[in-house]
Design a protein around this ligand. Structure first.
Ligand code: SF4
Length: 473
């Protein structure tokens, strides 16, 4: 799922725009009531809640890009798993809560130019000494909407990619889909690429909620897409849900969880609705002078996710992180997430893509036209900012990201980084335990349900002092 600079007036009807405005007026708290949102009320204000990486993006710099170029001329570290993130920035429609860079107005010729540009980028990486001769261990097609591409585009692009970097032995090939873009033929083309993990962006099962929040698909398309995908035999199907979308109610949320359980997916990922900057909702809040977003407050969202977790557990699922429940955790893994958190290499292909190579974070240019023109002019890459982590930052990064799993081994960090988290984070761990957010049992640090469901908020205490209070943009 991903973002755009596109003028919203061009891709939303006047009626949809008015419905959004009405929601913001009705449910968002005005700035002039004298009752600003507080920690007690936990209103949802604008900003990113989710901690996706560390150090925060605002510390990544253009000046560090030459260090990535130098790294790529070094010999290949054959023991480090290599992944690839491929970004497809096209969507049928822009969701009101979306802050990714997505485009809803590109024609076939423009898409062709974009796909060709990504192949040029991959050609360059594949011929660097650091990458040459390695094969891919995991691949993630994200967006945007990867399933927006046609079967022939998918076949073409995957064939060209495989010629540059083989993925026959990849442990996982993950692919994000918007249910309304899928039919049998498209799903067969996706499976033929070798995709092992299909992720359906369901978000909610109610047509009113889907429409009000700007989603392109409707409930009937979810069921149809899911049944086709099951029949075709994808090894793993994940569905995404969002707790607390605009106009969400207790009954509706319960019903969405029931319907998700009835589908019987291998994994379910539940996000708590946030309203980052650059979203259509935020722009509407600015125009109407609202300080709180027209979505459920944080306490309600945590309760809804907790109740969903309880119901999934009763249906045979296991809670495996702050956001996921899994049907069979011994067999159903999420390689992309786990490899990335453990510091594996990841090539960033496509506009605005993120990557990680040899301990360096990297991100590509974030606008499609300069990205394509730059690659057509010979690139050789489109890196826009980077950050070379030091060992201590790598320790902090892996510690905080894995806290999201809710149950981690403390000796793992001693073995890998030579740092004992009990000593290094004595104060923070004491605070977590006093607040009832975690316990330590032998070697295990175990988050309570309450702690787990607000883990992203708690992670900032573990940041190095100069990284705290940074904006995640
Ligand atoms: S489907 Fe919606 S949320 Fe996902 S990337 Fe497209 S516009 Fe954004």
């Amino acid at each position: 799922m991903a973002t755009t600079t596109r003028d919203r007036s061009t891709n939303q009807s006047a009626a949809a725009q008015e419905a959004l405005r009405e929601q913001v007026r009705k449910a968002g708290k005005p700035a002039d009531t004298g009752q600003p949102a507080t920690e007690d009320t936990e209103d949802t204000e604008v900003g990113n809640y989710f901690v996706a990486n560390y150090p925060p993006f605002s510390f990544w710099q253009r000046e560090q890009v030459p260090a990535v170029e130098q790294l790529l001329e070094q010999p290949s570290p054959r023991h480090t798993p290599l992944g690839l993130y491929y970004h497809i920035p096209f969507c049928r429609k822009r969701c009101h809560f979306c802050y990714f860079r997505v485009y809803t107005d590109k024609n076939a010729a423009e898409i062709r130019r974009y796909l060709d540009a990504t192949i040029r980028e991959l050609e360059w990486y594949a011929s660097r000494p650091y990458i040459e001769g390695r094969s891919l261990d995991y691949i993630y097609f994200g967006g945007g909407t990867p399933s927006y591409l046609s079967p022939s585009q998918l076949h073409d692009i995957s064939s060209r990619m495989k010629q540059l970097l083989p993925w026959d032995e990849a442990r996982e090939i993950a692919f994000e889909c918007e249910p309304g873009t899928l039919n049998e033929k498209k799903l067969e083309a996706i499976r033929a690429m070798g995709v092992t993990r299909l992720s359906l962006g369901v978000e909610n099962f109610d047509d009113h909620i889907l429409e009000l929040n700007g989603r392109a698909h409707r409930s009937g398309e979810i069921e149809r897409a899911y049944r086709h995908a099951r029949a075709i035999g994808f090894p793993q199907i994940n569905i995404d849900l969002i707790a607390g979308m605009m106009d969400e109610t207790e009954d509706n949320w319960r019903n969405s969880v029931d319907q998700a359980i009835a589908l019987d997916p291998d994994m379910v990922t539940i996000y708590q609705m946030e309203v980052p900057y650059n979203t259509t909702i935020y722009k509407e809040m600015q125009e109407t002078g609202r300080v709180t977003a027209p979505v459920a407050n944080w306490a309600t969202k945590r309760r809804w996710v907790s109740e969903a977790f309880d119901r999934f557990e009763r249906a045979g699922y296991t809670v495996t992180s702050a956001y996921t429940v899994v049907k069979n955790p011994d067999q159903v893994k999420f390689v992309y997430r786990d490899a990335l958190w453990e510091g594996a290499d990841l090539l960033p292909i496509g506009v605005a893509s993120f990557g990680h190579l040899g301990g360096m974070h990297l991100q590509n240019h974030h606008d499609i036209i300069p990205y394509v023109e730059h690659m057509e002019a010979g690139g050789p890459h489109s890196l826009y900012r980077a950050y070379g982590t030091v060992p201590d930052e790598r320790f902090v990064r892996e510690f905080i990201l894995k806290l999201k799993l809710g149950n981690v081994s403390l000796s793992y960090y001693q073995d890998k980084f030579g740092i004992d988290p009990r000593q290094r984070f004595a104060d923070q761990l004491e605070k977590l335990q006093q607040q009832g957010h975690a316990t330590i049992d032998g070697d295990r640090l175990i988050m309570s349900r309450d702690g787990l469901l607000q883990v992203d908020r708690l992670l900032h205490d573990f940041f190095l002092p100069h990284h705290r209070h940074a904006r995640y943009t």
